[in-house]
Design a protein around this ligand. Structure first.
Ligand code: FBP
Length: 259
């Protein structure tokens, strides 16, 4: 049965990497969107986050299985210099494609941040009329950002997301367990979810997830660690246990190993 986008907690499968990183993240199996959409279905994810082109061709078959988040902007990794990422899909089209929420990456600290802030403001305003939530991928990046994962800069990113009107803020985690409470605190009534980032061991991933949940995050929007995994559904089950059943890392690891 299709879950809500978030019922306090959420687990989202992110699959916009083909645009952001290129096929370098993929193999023969996971380069096929069908393979990844099937993980979202079998793994009982709340939603999948994809670009409009993928949504248009692959979501109709899964519309009763999980929610759709359309990533409105995106850029390739081929450009040099400070990042600028503008929308390639309107809200109207996203809603028509079945989106229950829209996503937008904001590169704060980029010399182009004002351009993205301006566009994001318009999207937030329009999203209110469609009554759909806006998820901001808050990524500090640009030549003035020496380290995009200090606690101070992550807290700043979370705060900017709140101030610009995001309902959910997607952010990276820096393994500072105490510091992350400050990050979450600065998001106020906006909710925090974390990215999975580069592929890591199951234990490391689950431990990080437990730490961010304990700090007040509501879940995860994970990509590579799941669909690059040999056993994505087993890993998903362990992730589900931590997010929705408040399991310990050890319990989740047992579930992963015994499944
Ligand atoms: P992962 O869990 O694979 O890190 O995916 C999360 C995500 O935010 C994707 O939605 C996006 O494509 C990617 O990370 C961008 O990360 P970066 O800009 O750091 O490469």
């Amino acid at each position: 049965m299709k879950k809500l986008l978030t019922n306090e907690k959420t687990l989202i499968l992110a699959y916009d990497h083909g645009l952001e990183h290129g096929p370098t993240d993929f193999n023969l199996e996971n380069s096929d969107p069908e393979y990844v959409f099937n993980i979202a279905k079998q793994g009982n994810y709340n939603a999948i986050a994809v670009q409009a082109g993928i949504a248009e061709k692959y979501y109709p078959k899964y519309k009763d299985d999980f929610k759709l988040i359309i990533k409105l902007n995106g850029k390739t990794r081929l450009l040099n210099g400070d990042p600028l990422s503008l929308s390639n899909c309107s809200l109207k089209r996203a809603v028509k494609l079945g989106a229950s929420a829209v996503g937008y990456t904001l590169y704060l600290g980029s010399e182009h941040e004002q351009v993205m802030f301006k566009e994001f403001g318009k999207i937030v305003e329009e999203a209110k009329t469609w009554k759909i939530p806006v998820i901001a991928w808050m990524y500090p990046r640009g030549k003035v950002i020496e380290n995009e994962k200090t606690t101070e800069i992550l807290a700043y990113a979370a705060r900017v997301g709140l101030e610009l009107g995001a309902d959910i803020i997607k952010i990276k985690y820096n393994n500072d367990t105490e510091g992350f409470k400050w990050v979450v605190h600065n998001a106020g009534k906006a909710k925090i979810i974390v990215a999975g980032e580069n592929k890591k061991s199951e234990y490391e991933l689950l431990k990080e997830l437990k730490e961010v949940m304990d700090a007040g995050a509501i879940g995860m929007a994970i990509g590579r660690n799941v669909w690059q995994h040999k056993e994505p559904l087993k890993l998903t089950e362990a992730i589900n246990q931590i997010i929705f059943n408040n399991s310990t890392v050890e319990e989740a690891m047992r579930i992963f190993s015994h499944n």
